[in-house]
Design a protein around this ligand. Structure first.
Ligand code: ZN
Ligand code: ZN
Ligand code: ZN
Length: 500
């Protein structure tokens, strides 16, 4: 016991020195490992970051700075004031681009000068050929996932051994944490709750409760991430021009600045448009819905209310994304039903979903000799096999890379199912665009298609408007269509009809 006590003391002492040393590190120490040799570190220049990183690989395949830039999607760096080139923001000599992943250098004839130039577009610009530079000498600043050592020195082996040994797993975690809390430190990773790994998914589950227990938290994590990503996408300083739509609603046109965010606006998205007011105007904000994009890629936002819209003000607007939990709520609700309601799916499907061994079932069908559908191209051999197999089984999974005709095959399956005469066929897909494409294909077979969409999407135009339920109701030819028409008009004017 004497030996182990001694060991403990030693370990304790080491830990104490390490953390006290880290506390006293200068501001420019590598945020990952703590190296603070001025010629080995650079500062990330992203607005909410400004953290320092070194040019050592440590235990990862890229240097710490490159690792950070890639994971955080940052791309500008500042050199340290004591570095070879002094305190410099790296940018293209010709166009000012600061994307270090595109920047390179050309040694000028005068040995002591280097010129930074970006690969796109400047390296290929003809005008530069007149300068006294040999463009063939251009080399990228980042080579093999490290900055060139003459620009940012690589710390020596000894320097690297003396500092914090950070693993790529820890780097992943701290980078994730920085997305919500840019001030987080590596010590925060140790706090309870930060590092709770969700249970891994399995190929087989005991029952639907276990299935829900594993997938529920994963769906929650995905929803939290989606919400965080979308709500962080507010844009300021927008210029808006106003118009009035056919339905007399106010419509805002503006460019939504595209950056490297993962957010892509699609028709149907909800945005909140604000103006802070000023010069005689009260502040204003209103929800609106993206109905389409104009020919020059402006967002066309239909406002929910025409009240107090500052139509004579064009600049100074800001916009933010309104996150909706609907699809995630539905996933959770479906899993709950699956877990608690024995009758939610058939016994066969229940066991198949949980990965249990279950005897293959086949459905007796009268397959037509020639499987085809009017209006669709001829199916090839494997598409035909997919349709046949699908018609004879309660549950099928068909997969194919892009362009292999999954939509056409699906449309043929729906056509054949409808011809079996066992009732209506429900078709779903993971996105509105996918449902539209499928609905269009199925309609070409001559089947009667009704496209259901969320009430909030009724204003959104698409190529299959004529298939939507709201359109079909509007154009219904019935004896009492006069009254229906009147109610419709009333609804358009008032926005809603009361149930009274
Ligand atoms: Zn480092
Ligand atoms: Zn950064
Ligand atoms: Zn350039």
């Amino acid at each position: 016991s004497g030996v182990s006590a001694l060991k403990f003391e030693e370990a304790f002492e080491e830990e104490a020195t390490e953390s006290s040393a880290l506390r006293n590190l200068p501001e420019y120490a590598c945020t990952y490992c703590g190296i603070h040799n001025p010629s080995c570190v650079v500062r990330c220049n992203a607005p909410n970051c400004k953290k320092w990183f070194c040019n050592a690989r440590g235990h990862t395949s890229a240097s710490h700075i490159v690792n950070h830039l890639v994971r955080a999607k940052h791309k500008e760096v500042n050199l340290h004031r004591d570095s070879l080139l002094g305190e410099t923001l790296l940018e293209c000599y010709n166009c000012g681009s600061r994307n270090v992943f595109l920047l390179g250098f050309i040694p000028a004839r005068n040995e002591s000068v280097v010129v930074l130039l970006c690969r796109e577009p400047c390296l290929s610009v003809n005008g530069l050929k007149d300068m006294n530079w040999d463009l063939n000498q251009w080399q990228p600043l980042i080579d093999d996932r490290c900055f060139l050592p003459w620009l940012v020195k690589v710390p020596t082996e000894q320097e690297q051994l003396r500092v914090r040994q950070i693993s790529s797993q820890q780097i992943n975690k701290i980078e994730e944490l920085w997305k919500t809390n840019p001030k987080a430190t590596l010590e925060d990773l140790e706090k309870p709750g930060v590092d709770d790994e969700p249970q891994p998914v399995a190929l087989r589950y005991e029952d639907a409760y276990q299935y829900q227990n594993i997938f529920g938290p994963l769906v929650k994590l995905e929803a939290d991430y989606d919400k965080m990503m979308k709500e962080s996408q507010s844009k300021d300083g927008l210029t808006v021009r106003w118009d009035v739509g056919l339905n007399k609603k106010r419509v805002a046109y503006f460019m939504f600045p595209k950056d490297d965010s993962e957010l892509r606006l699609v028709p149907g998205d909800e945005l909140r448009l604000r103006h802070p007011g000023g010069s005689g105007h009260a502040s204003w904000q209103c929800l609106g819905q993206v109905v389409k994009f104009s020919a020059n890629e402006e967002v066309v936002l239909e406002m929910r209310s025409n009240a107090n819209v500052p139509v004579d003000v064009s600049s100074g607007y800001s916009v933010e994304f309104v996150w909706k939990s609907t699809s995630f709520d539905r996933m959770q609700a479906a899993m709950k039903t699956f877990a608690v309601d024995d009758t939610s799916v058939s016994g066969y499907i229940y066991h198949r979903l949980l990965g249990h061994d279950v005897e293959e079932q086949s459905i007796r069908v009268n397959l037509p000799r020639r499987i085809s559908a009017p209006g669709l191209p001829e199916l090839n051999h494997s598409q035909l096999a997919a349709v046949r197999s699908m018609l004879q089984k309660p549950l099928s999974l068909i997969q194919g890379p892009p362009g292999t005709g999954k939509t056409v095959t699906s449309a043929a399956i729906v056509y054949q199912l409808a011809k079996q005469g066992q009732g209506q066929v429900v078709v779903t897909a993971p996105s509105n665009v996918a449902v539209d494409q499928l609905a269009e294909k199925i309609a070409t077979t001559g089947l009667k298609v009704v496209r259901l969409c969320a009430k909030s999407r009724e204003a959104v135009s698409s190529s299959i408007d004529h298939l939507t339920l709201h359109y079909q109701v509007r154009h219904l030819e019935t004896p009492d269509r006069q009254e229906l028409h009147k109610l419709q008009q009333l609804k358009d004017e008032q926005g809603e009809l009361s149930s009274q």
